[in-house]
Design a protein around this ligand. Structure first.
Ligand code: COA
Length: 129
């Protein structure tokens, strides 16, 4: 099933927030960069809790935007740990939006974030298992 056709999210709820008018683009929808920053925050929360160390985003893959987000939607990021490598972690993030007036949920976007566990000098270190 395509993610945009899913009826419920996969993974753990990591963040919930409501975008404001200052977060809109020229079309009046929520700016894609704002959504991506929410995904980075959410995946960073999961990566830190897995690695129990500092982490850095090294790559974002497979990002696809399925629906626009509007001011006042409740935007939730869900994460699933897909893989732990030596120093890296792959975390799939789905963003779901709830349009309060209509009480409908839909998947807005998704992407695979890769994080690296790092030490105090910013050098990769093995992920503690
Ligand atoms: C993250 C960082 C410390 C990694 O250092 P590095 O010397 O490139 O590390 P390595 O080449 O040893 O790779 C580390 C791990 O990341 C993985 N990796 C590196 N580049 C990757 C990429 N483009 N895509 C997916 N995985 C990648 C490697 O496969 C490796 O995984 P493993 O240890 O599980 O096998 C360094 O690239 C960095 O500081 N980048 C900037 C991070 C940053 O500022 N992020 C915020 C941007 S807004």
């Amino acid at each position: 099933m395509k993610t945009e056709d899913k009826i419920k999210p996969t993974g753990e709820l990591l963040t919930r927030t409501v975008p404001m008018p200052a977060d809109t683009n020229a079309n009046g929808d929520i700016f894609g960069g704002w959504i991506m920053s929410q995904m980075d925050i959410a995946s960073g929360i999961m990566a830190k809790s897995v690695a129990k160390s500092r982490v850095a985003t090294v790559a974002v893959n497979g990002m696809a935007f399925h629906h626009p987000v509007q001011v006042g939607d409740t935007v939730a990021c869900f994460g699933e740990l897909k893989k732990i490598g030596t120093t890296s972690m792959n975390i799939q993030i789905e963003v779901w939006s709830q349009r309060s007036i209509q009480d409908v949920y839909f998947c807005v976007t998704e992407a695979l974030f890769t994080y690296v566990a790092i030490d105090d000098d910013g050098k990769p270190i093995p992920v503690k298992r």
